[in-house]
Write a protein of this length. Structure first.
Length: 385
């Protein structure tokens, strides 16, 4: 399931375009910085245009119309198009672009300078570039609060997005919602684990996972939606399990929602892959040959699904049982009682993607040697010596 994290949408190759890069078909293509009247602005053009004022960072669409650019924005759908602001832009002279902005009798000068941009690939939009996105990613605050989990004091962290990405500015929701936690550093490697847990908090640059999501929809003057929340689910002397819940909308017909368990070994400080705890009796492996993108695809076997069946659907209704067991891919995690399995289901069936816990006794035939070691470590904490 780790492969489904938004971070895997990351940039693998970059195309650098100098400030003078343009085409005859789209002479305005790129990112421009300058002023609208006295207001500093950034604008990008890729077919249509998008701009924002530096004092409020709110994206506004520009639609090419009648030789100019019609400015859309809040309330535009309820207004006569002829009453909406209109931009008139001349031909670029080198890297300089001059024009005017008009709304009714009000007229302001537009002056822009082309910015150098770096794109992920030849298909990427200038509106998704760091040159356009960087100022909108800065800011935000992180609050921390003391809490107690299973008798242990922990610290909870909540990221509060910059004002232009909050509900008050865009209506309906905060575009970026992120929270996590840390445990008390009682064992040697706990600080390493805490660093991994805090790593989901934004740094305010294009390296943040949510930055990719926002960039994907920027050329439609949209903010996207990114939610990532980690909360403790199991804490023992040996193991920490964090339940990570994700909900993102980065374009397309609908958002994506999924959960996974992140398991950390306190003996080493490393995050482990619980799928390695299952043997070939549980997961059948297939090599998918795709050149540089070749990978191994693992699917649950029929005997393993049969072992899961008595525990499927019980918490959310029998109607979800078959949907859960139809999943070919699973997120594997750790529960006190056994192996925790989350089915990876299509969007329409996401309500059925609840955890199935296979008790340790029933799980034994499907455990690798690593899995057997984990079972022993858990059973040792339950059974008296």
């Amino acid at each position: 399931m780790n492969a489904l994290r938004l971070a895997t949408l990351g940039i693998a190759a970059f195309v650098s375009l100098p400030a003078t890069a343009q085409s005859a078909e789209e002479p305005l293509y790129g990112v421009w910085e300058g002023t609208l009247g006295d207001s500093p602005i950034l604008a990008c053009f890729n077919g249509n245009g998008v701009f924002y004022r530096m004092d409020d960072m709110r994206l506004t669409m520009l639609i090419e119309e009648d030789g100019g650019w019609r400015q859309m924005g809040a309330g535009a759908a309820d207004r006569d198009d002829s009453l909406l602001p209109m931009w008139q832009l001349g031909e670029a002279t080198g890297d300089t672009l001059l024009g005017s902005w008009r709304e009714g009798d009000a007229v302001q000068r537009v002056r822009l300078e082309r910015r150098e941009i770096v794109l992920a690939d030849e298909y990427a939009s200038p509106c998704s570039s760091e040159a356009f996105m960087a100022p909108r990613l800065r800011g935000g605050t992180v609050t921390q609060n003391a809490a107690v989990f299973d008798g242990t004091s922990i610290v909870q962290y909540t990221y509060l997005a910059p004002e232009h990405l909050r509900e008050e500015a865009i209506g309906g929701y905060d575009a970026v919602q992120i929270s996590t936690f840390t445990i008390p550093p009682e064992r040697y490697y706990d600080n390493s684990i805490n660093a991994a847990l805090r790593a989901v908090l934004p740094a305010g640059n294009m390296g943040d996972a949510h930055a990719e999501c926002l960039a994907m929809v920027a050329d439609r003057a949209m903010n996207g939606e990114y939610g990532r929340h980690l909360q403790p689910e199991l804490l023992t002397y040996r193991w920490l399990v964090a339940l990570e819940s994700n909900g993102v909308y980065c374009g397309g017909a609908h958002g994506s929602y999924w959960s996974e368990r992140r398991v950390f070994d306190r003996n080493s400080g490393e995050e482990v892959d619980p799928a390695s705890w299952l043997n070939e009796a549980a997961l059948a492996s297939e090599l998918v040959e795709s050149g540089v993108d070749s990978y191994v695809y693992r699917t649950a076997t029929e005997p393993f699904l049969n072992a899961l069946r008595p525990y499927a659907g019980s918490a959310i209704g029998a109607e979800c049982e078959e949907m859960q067991l139809s999943a070919s891919s699973w997120n594997v995690g750790l529960a006190r009682e056994g192996v925790a399995m989350i089915p990876i289901l299509p969007h329409v069936a996401s309500a059925c993607a609840e955890t199935i816990v296979l008790p340790w006794e029933e799980a034994q035939p499907f455990l690798s040697l690593e899995g057997q070691a984990v079972r022993l470590s858990m059973v040792a904490m339950i059974e008296p010596e």
